[in-house]
Design a protein. Sequence first.
Length: 324
Amino acid sequence: MRIRDLGRRLRMGVARMDVVSGPASTVRDGGTLRLLRQETVVGLLGPHAGGLNRFEASGVTLAAGRLLVIFDNLPHIASLDLDLTPGGGRLVVRPDRAVGYEDVAHDAGTGRVFAVIEAARDSDGEWRPQIDELAGLDVDLDRPDGVDVPAYGRLVRRSWVDVIVRRRNKGIEGLTCVRRHGAPHLLALEEDTGRIVVLREGVDGWDVVGRLELPPDLHVEDYAGLSVQADAQGDRIAVVSQQSSTLWVGRLDPDSWRVCDAGHRHRFPTDSRGRVVYGTVEGVCWLDESTVVAVSDIPKKGEPDELFATAASVHVFELPATAG
C-alpha cells in the first residue's frame, strides 16, 4: 500500500493501528521548576554567531555530549556545551538551500539526527510534515590561532510524514526519538491537538504505526515540544506548553504506545510580580532524571514585554522532588 493511500484510509478511520487513550486519573500538581542557569543564544555563540543576531529557537536535543539547538527562522544548528558557557557554542552552517525547523531528535543507538519541518505542500496540494536527516554536525573546538573555522552540516535525506494537517502553521511541533525492539521510532507532537503520532521509517517515508493520547485533564492551551528519556522504570516523557507556561511529565508504557500515568504538571517560574516570563518556550530535552533543558523563541508582536527577558535563550531547570 502506498504511503499516501494509507494516510487517506487512516483519516477515514478504516486502517488499523495502535490508538490508545491516555490515563483517566487526575494530573497532579508538580510545583514550580527551579532555574539553574540560562543564557541567550547570541551570548552562547559569541564570536561564532556568523554575523547573525536573531535566533528563534524552536527545538533542542542532546547528542554526543552537546546540545543541538534548531531555529524556525534559520536552517543552521547551534552546538552548545552543557555548561552553557558564553562564547563556547558553535554554529553549524547549512550552505545548501534549506528551511527552518520546529524540533530536532537524536537516535542514541545510531547517532542519526532528525529535524522536522512543520508542514509543506505535497504533490496533491495537501499539507504534510517532512523530516530531514542531518549529518556533519560535529564541531572542532580546537581552533588554531583563534581562527574560527565554521562547520558545515548537510542534508542526508528529506522524507514525507504520513500525516495530513489542516494548514502550514498547524503541523508537527515536537519531535523525539524512542527505541523499541531495537528500532528507532519518532514521536511527533501535533501542535493544536496534543496527540502524539508514532512514526517508523518505511520505504516511502515515515509511516504512522500508532498514536498516543495525553491525559484528558491536562488542560493546556497548546503543545510546543516533547522529550523522552529511558530510565530503570521505562520511558519518561515531558511535554511543554508555550502558552500555558507549563511542563507536564509522565510515563510511557514500556510494552505499548500508551501513556500509563497522569503525571505531574509543573509551572515555569514567574517574575517578582507573578507575571509569566517563560511564555515562548518551544523545545525541551531531558538532561538527566531531574533536569531538563528548554529553549525559547522570540515573542510575537503584541505579546507582553516581560517575555523578552527570556526570549531567544537556552534554560536549564531542575524538577521538584515530587516528580514521578
